[in-house]
Design a protein around this ligand. Structure first.
Ligand SMILES: [Zn+2]
Ligand SMILES: [Zn+2]
Length: 110
């Protein structure tokens, strides 16, 4: 599995010392662009990586906050609906239940 040292993509006679973080092209000392966060072959690659990381960050952060808040709200709404339905069923069943109905009828009878 021993590989010959990579050659610069732009200078086949030069040995690559690093690879572009974005496109992984082998780069020689002259072609390497040192940027904050890594080594790139060009500004385009650096910007592409930057926007990619921005997107990852946004994907990582924004939906989490929204999701948890949405989850909490939906859970509260579901809980309220369940309690309301149970209460309604309970109350309406009590009114319709036999003994109550009989008592109600009895109270109207002479
Ligand atoms: Zn590149
Ligand atoms: Zn080069």
């Amino acid at each position: 599995m021993a590989q010959a040292p990579s050659r610069c993509i732009n200078h086949p006679e030069r040995t690559a010392i690093a690879r572009c973080k974005q496109c992984h092209k082998p780069l020689c000392e002259k072609c390497v662009k040192k940027m904050p966060g890594g080594v790139y072959c060009s500004d385009e690659c650096y910007q592409r990586m930057g926007s990619f990381q921005d997107r990852v960050k946004k994907l990582d952060e924004a939906p989490k906050a929204k999701l948890s808040l949405g989850k909490i709200i939906s859970r509260v709404v579901i809980a309220i609906v369940i309690v309301a339905v149970l209460y309604y069923v309970f109350v309406s069943q009590q009114v319709r239940s036999g003994s109550d109905l009989v008592n109600l009828i009895k109270s109207f009878l002479p």
